[in-house]
Design a protein around this ligand. Structure first.
Ligand code: AMP
Length: 302
């Protein structure tokens, strides 16, 4: 189970890393940008409404994006978690997301902020090319001279996203600063934010993200252990009370006897503790000296 948001400026690697985590953890990448691009290319009514804003580097209206996200999160593959990529992008979207996740009983576990310098963001966005055939994303610097898809020898053509043109990049970065960046503080206050250094080797970035996600899981395990310990100590207290008490009801003793008899596999250390507080009963219960046990019980009954 993984329910996370990837936060970061355009070009910070949210999409690339979401795809890597998706493959590793088998939870879907839910990218608002991809959902919108799909709607635009299918020329749906939502897509036609979104197109102009996208090409200008502006945010698409909340109502359109929320409708797409709500529908996507209701699909079967998102029931065991999701990696939200590019959503939320302003505080209204964050508030609606939180309500939606409470509604569907899937609260966020963490928000990973991909921290990348502006200089690197611009270089990445301006140099991004996508294969028309397989949809894979490449950097101009890593392309062969003929600028075709390096994953295929058939010379598949690459294209540049309309909003990756330099004049639109500046607008998108402005929008990030003014509308999305405040979410860093919002999620930090909620204790969900983890900052990931988003530059360098892809593998290393993924490893940092995985490491940041681990404590949340370990914390849950520790909580489960503490809960178990609490149950044990309550049992011990019950034993002590019964053995040390002078007026003990018949019902309580029978219950105690059955606990001791039914749990012969108690660890050595726990047996010692039990033996300290109620020697006779525990010792006798671990060996089949039924007579002694019942005698003790009958003495107590009086
Ligand atoms: P992305 O692929 O995430 O960079 O998104 C590409 C474009 O889609 C953005 O520049 C926006 O125009 C639009 N978009 C993506 N996600 C959102 C969102 N959560 N809210 C509003 N517009 C969005």
């Amino acid at each position: 189970m993984m329910r996370i948001v990837l936060l970061g400026a355009p070009g910070s690697g949210k999409g690339t890393q979401a795809q890597r985590l998706q493959a590793k953890f088998n939870v879907p990448q839910v990218s608002s940008g991809d959902l919108l691009r799909d709607a635009v290319s299918r020329k749906t009514s939502l897509g036609l409404k979104a197109k102009a804003a996208m090409e200008a580097g502006q945010l698409v209206s909340d109502a359109i994006v929320l409708g797409l996200i709500r529908e996507r999160l209701s699909r079967v593959d998102a029931q065991n978690g999701f990696i939200l990529d590019g959503f939320p992008r302003n505080s209204d979207q964050a508030a609606t997301l939180s309500k939606l996740l409470i509604e569907i009983g899937q609260p966020l576990e963490a928000v990973l902020l991909m921290d990348v310098r502006t200089k690197t963001l611009v270089q990445r966005l301006a140099g991004r090319r996508i294969c028309k055939h397989c949809g894979k994303v490449f950097s101009v610097a890593a392309l062969p001279k003929d600028m075709t898809c390096p994953k295929n020898s058939k010379g598949h053509e690459l294209y540049q996203r309309a909003d990756d043109k330099e004049e639109v990049i500046a607008k998108r970065l402005d929008v990030y600063q003014s509308q999305t960046k405040p979410l860093i503080d919002h999620y930090n206050k909620l204790g969900l934010l983890k900052v990931i250094k988003g530059e360098g080797d892809l593998e290393a970035i993924t490893a940092r993200m995985e490491a940041a996600l681990k404590p949340a899981k370990q914390k849950r395990k520790t909580n489960a252990k503490t809960a178990k310990k609490k149950t044990k100590s309550v049992r011990k207290v019950t034993v002590k009370k019964v053995v040390k008490g002078t007026r003990i009801k018949k019902k309580t003793i029978i219950k105690l006897k059955s606990v001791a008899l039914k749990k012969p596999a108690v660890k050595k250390s726990s047996r010692k503790t039990l033996a300290k507080s109620g020697k006779a009963l525990v010792k006798k219960s671990s060996k089949p000296k039924a007579k002694n046990v019942s005698r003790k019980t009958s003495v107590r009954k009086k």
